[in-house]
Each structure stands twice: as C-alpha cells, then as structure tokens.
Design a protein around this ligand. Structure first.
Ligand SMILES: Nc1ncnc2c1ncn2[C@@H]1O[C@H](COP(=O)(O)OP(=O)(O)O)[C@@H](O)[C@H]1O
Ligand SMILES: [Mg+2]
Length: 117
C-alpha cells in the first residue's frame, strides 16, 4: 500500500462535496479519478496533498514516500514541458539522469590507456 484514503468527507458551507471517499493505491499501480465538473476531484487531491483539511476520515501514506501534486491551475515554468514539470517532483532523479548523459558523452570521446588496478 502506498496510499490509503479512508472515509474522507468534506463540505463547503454545509454542502457535502465528498461524502465517504475510501480507496487504496498499491505500489506501481496507476489510477485516475474521473468525475463531472464540480464533483470534488480537485478538493480530494488538495486533501491528499495536505493543502485542505478534511472534515473527517484518514489519509495514510507509505513511510518515506514522496508525493507531488500538479494543480489544475498552477503556475508552470514556461520553459518546461508538462512531462518535465511532473518529473520535477523528483528533481534528484532528473539530475542523476543528466549526469549519466554527460558521462556517456565523455566516454565517447575519452582517450588514454587502460590502467591496471
Ligand atoms: N474553497 C471552496 N469554497 C467553497 N466551495 C468550494 C471550494 N472549492 C471547491 N468548492 C466547490 O466544491 C465542489 C467541488 O469542486 P472541485 O473539487 O473543484 O471539483 P472538480 O475538481 O471535480 O471539478 C464545487 O461545487 C465547487 O464549487
Ligand atoms: Mg478540478
């Protein structure tokens, strides 16, 4: 389990938006949340990300997990593609990949003799 949402509820001005949201995500599982405009999708994501508090229920994450939330109306850095924006949640991995690429380039042009240990 990487995420467990249990009996989450949320109202805005007495108007229930989320009544009893319960689901879990397993490792390597991909899920989509589909619903009509105004159904409460963004509200649920805000509750999961901690931006909003729920009126009841529980959110539990697997220990040491990293989460990211790309909001519907966010400020994107225009130089980045959406793919890079999503990946920026794990900038450390992105940096490693860039470093590997640079090393690969260096290896192509590397000169010298093999050293015996
Ligand atoms: N901060 C808020 N205050 C009052 N009502 C809100 C607020 N945020 C969302 N709502 C209402 O809650 C409902 C769900 O909104 P939202 O989660 O944005 O829906 P979705 O993302 O599924 O389109 C809508 O009726 C919306 O008007
Ligand atoms: Mg939304």
């Amino acid at each position: 389990m990487i995420l467990q949402v249990s009996h989450v509820k949320k109202s805005f001005l007495e108007e229930p938006v989320i009544r009893d949201a319960t689901f879990r995500l397993e490792e390597r599982e991909k899920a989509g949340l589909v619903g009509n405009n105004g159904a409460g999708k963004s509200t649920l994501f805000k509750i999961i990300s901690g931006e909003l508090s729920a009126d009841g229920g529980d959110i539990a994450f697997k220990k040491d997990i990293t989460t990211g939330y790309l909001a519907q109306h966010g400020d994107l850095i225009s130089r980045r593609t959406l793919f890079h924006e999503v990946l920026s949640v794990r900038q450390d991995i992105w940096d490693l990949e860039a470093r590997m690429e640079a090393l690969e380039q260096d290896m192509k042009t590397a000169e010298g003799t093999r050293r015996s240990s």
